[in-house]
Design a protein around this ligand. Structure first.
Ligand code: PA5
Length: 451
């Protein structure tokens, strides 16, 4: 059953429902591009039926391998960046105990990330921990040439080989990369690592439901079958209703467009559960990298409430009126805490004593939504009853499809990222890479302010 609900009630004061329905033809056109593979970037549509194409035997294979890695690892390091990092982090964080790192007897290895930055201190601190703990690692890079994970892997490969010896190290390293090309594939073959394929037709930010996410999520002890099943439900809904009527993905894409047309150029994803922090980061990459091109696109931002109401709340309420919000609202949690009665009532909280914290959190959400609406910030609400593999699977597919629809409606290729190359070329030139000599001089002079 689909448990995700899209609620647009708080939008209809700024965008009437009838107006949203006028986007139906555009939605149908975007769907045609996706299902008939006729749009820009159509060679990257493998994610569309990835959930149903994921076989039981593949899930079994990944689960079996994950169990073997779990048995000998206190820590599992996931090396990757961008689409080879954020989806896994989003799901593992969403499903994990908030203080998993402090639990004395964790049920599964801690998942630690590397290669998502080039900070020397970060990696040095990680090595200190890895000196003391048993670990395995996955190196994930579709291209196999991205500098951040490649640098981290070079360092960790040396560390793990020194710690365990080359033969044992090889059983502790998993490579997830292109099926035939790239430096990582070559290395994995020559070293004999178990390797998994990032399908050719699935781009990085759409890859979390492939081995890229499934292996580390299984190592972390989560039910990847239920995750994929959740995504399958949304895939089925999308296929059965590929127009705006009764399809929340299409409605969400249309709502964003209607808002963009009225000058709302920033979308803030809001959560009231800290476990969803990295889900927002994943969503930011998905929409930012897919839509932000050709001088177009809604800027995706994120906040965690109520925490950020005390830092960003002022701006959202009264700053530039270019913002709308998308709230991910989660139902009542299973763990229960009620606010105690206090004899003194110095903090004047007795009026809410006996109430659950989740009720207070929900009233904070409602109160904020109404205040923001009054301040000219329309709100889209997406609710799920709980955070589970099933609902996260639904959310992942929901946003993947909505993003592809939305980018096609905007008239851009959802699946490329040409702008990401600019910094890389400069960095290579400044580091003195062969072939960049001319740029090296130019950039060095610019940094010195000479031109
Ligand atoms: O979505 C994308 O394609 C990017 O974010 C990539 O995932 C990211 O740059 C990492 O690339 P790779 O997996 O090739 O190392």
């Amino acid at each position: 059953m689909i448990q995700l609900k899209l609620e647009l009630n708080h939008l209809f004061s700024s965008i009437p429902k009838d107006q949203l329905l006028t986007y139906n033809q555009q939605i149908i056109g975007a769907y045609r591009k996706i299902y008939n593979k006729t749009g820009a970037g159509s060679e990257f549509l493998g994610w569309v039926d990835l959930p149903t194409a994921t076989s039981e035997s593949f899930i079994e294979q990944i689960s079996g391998h994950a169990a073997a890695l779990r048995a000998k690892s206190e820590i599992f390091v996931v090396i990757g960046i961008g689409g080879s990092y954020l989806g896994t982090r989003a799901i593992v964080d969403a499903l994990s105990h908030h203080f998993a790192l402090l639990k004395e007897k964790p049920a599964a290895p801690h998942i630690i990330f590397a290669g998502q930055n080039i900070s020397e201190e970060y990696l040095a601190d990680l090595l200190e921990i890895l000196d003391q703990k048993d670990y395995s690692l996955a190196v994930i890079s579709k291209s196999g040439t991205t500098i951040e994970p490649a640098v981290a892997f070079r360092v960790l490969k040396a560390h793990i080989e020194k710690k365990y010896g080359i033969t044992e190290a090889r059983t502790r390293i998993v490579a997830i990369t292109d099926k035939s090309k790239g430096a990582l594939k070559q290395l994995a073959d020559s070293e004999g690592y178990v390797s998994y394929v990032v399908p050719d037709d699935v781009g990085g930010r759409y890859s979390v439901l492939s081995a890229v996410g499934l292996l580390p999520i299984a190592v972390a002890g989560y039910d990847i079958r239920a995750l994929v099943e959740g995504a399958r439900k949304m895939e089925a809904l999308s296929r059965s209703v590929n127009n705006i009527h009764g399809n929340p993905m299409a409605m969400y894409a249309a709502a964003r467009h209607a808002l963009y047309a009225t000058g709302k150029t920033t979308e803030i994803m809001v959560n009231y559960e800290p476990r969803l922090f990295f889900f927002t980061e994943w969503w930011k990459q998905l929409f930012g990298e897919s839509e932000g091109k050709e001088n177009k696109g809604i800027f995706p931002a994120g906040v965690g409430f109520t925490t950020d109401l005390h830092s960003m709340g002022q701006y959202i309420q009264e700053g530039m009126r270019t913002i709308f919000e998308t709230v991910i609202s989660v139902g009542t949690p299973k763990k229960e805490i009620r606010i105690p009665q206090a004899d003194s009532d110095l903090d004047q909280l007795n009026y809410i004593s006996g109430k659950r914290l989740s009720e207070v959190n929900l009233m904070a959400e409602y109160g904020t939504t109404l205040a923001h609406m009054d301040g000219g910030v329309p709100t889209i609400r997406i609710s799920i009853p709980e955070i589970s593999e099933d609902t996260i699977g639904q959310l992942i597919y929901f946003f993947e499809m909505a993003c592809a629809l939305s980018a096609y409606m905007l008239g851009v290729n959802p699946f490329n990222q040409p702008g990401v190359e600019a910094y890389k070329k400069n960095m290579f030139a400044l580091l003195g890479k062969e072939g960049f000599e001319e740029q090296t001089t130019l950039l060095t002079n610019r940094l010195k302010g000479k031109m």
